[in-house]
Design a protein around this ligand. Structure first.
Ligand SMILES: O=c1ccn([C@@H]2O[C@H](COP(=O)(O)O)[C@@H](O)[C@H]2O)c(=O)[nH]1
Length: 275
């Protein structure tokens, strides 16, 4: 099955929620865990075990593992394996992008199933030129994985680049969205290539229908709400995979409370798609 088909099924069965695994030092402290590789492992494994089954996907944020060096990467590997064993899709938030030959190495690291860090999908940055992502796109296609490309990010600095106009009058974000849509053009169902569009962007005139998933961060801690998602995405809301990290993780460490919080969030985003 392609990533798009697996994700559609998971979103339909569990609700369109992706829970971010972002082990911030302050969150680890509030869970009674130290800011160390040991604390990182306890935090992340407890989160994955509590959240698997309550969300369509989990999204480990690579930076929070990288900051613990080699031991942190070992924990990331364990977290990815545990989530996949529990039947939850893994979107690794690494925002990779580089010249083609290096992009291939990133693709090998995350999208080739023989890699220890292989996941279902990654986030990628198109700001070295959309074509530079080709090795990631081709590797994902070859192995039934997916790629979410940054288009309209949730941070306030994003518009200075993403709203800029290209020579043909389209915005940079518009060209990214069009390119993602063309990657999914031959797809009958739900494509495996998605765009990242924040819940905090306010208004947009861009065409958000990419015939594939829209990963939507910025919900909760950054101020985005379910109402914002309904307003921004309109009919494309059916393709939204709502992503929230700190707001849901703040409900821990009790696994049953964490699980219930994610279930409730998944229900509320599923209701948006039904309206
Ligand atoms: O536009 C983007 C792209 C990615 N992110 C990432 O999502 C989470 C958000 O965490 P919260 O705690 O829910 O704010 C984080 O890992 C970001 O790096 C994003 O926020 N915006």
């Amino acid at each position: 099955m392609t990533f798009g088909a697996r994700l559609r099924e998971a979103m339909d069965n569990r609700g369109p929620l992706c829970v971010g695994i972002d082990p911030h030092p302050a969150l680890m402290d509030s869970w009674g865990m130290t800011d160390s590789a040991v604390g990182l492992e306890r935090f992340s494994m407890s989160a994955v075990e509590a959240l698997a089954g309550a969300a369509a996907a989990v999204k480990p944020q690579s930076a929070f593992f990288e900051r613990h060096g080699a031991k942190g990467i070992a924990v990331l590997e364990k977290v990815i394996g545990a989530a996949r064993d529990l039947g939850t899709l893994v979107v690794l938030d690494v925002k990779r992008g580089d010249i083609g030959s290096t992009a291939q190495a990133y693709a090998d690291a995350y999208l080739d199933p023989t890699s220890p860090l292989a996941v279902d999908a990654i986030t990628a940055s198109p700001f070295l030129g959309f074509g530079s992502l080709a090795p990631m796109i081709e590797t994902a296609r070859a192995h039934g994985a997916g790629v979410f490309v940054l288009a309209l990010t949730s941070n306030p600095e994003g518009p200075e680049v993403q709203h800029a106009r290209t020579a043909d009058g389209r915005t940079v974000a518009g060209t990214v969205l069009d390119s993602v849509a063309s990657l999914n053009a031959d797809e009958d169902g739900f494509g495996s290539f998605g765009a990242v569009v924040g819940a905090t962007i306010g208004e947009t005139r861009e065409n958000l229908d990419v015939n594939g998933p829209l990963l939507v961060p910025g919900i909760g801690a950054q101020g985005g709400t379910a109402d914002d998602v309904r307003r921004i995405f309109g009919p494309a809301v059916r393709n939204v995979l709502a992503s929230s990290s700190r707001e849901i993780l703040a409900a821990g460490p009790d696994p049953s409370v964490l699980h219930a919080t994610a279930l409730e969030a998944a229900r509320s985003f599923a209701a948006l798609a039904d309206t």
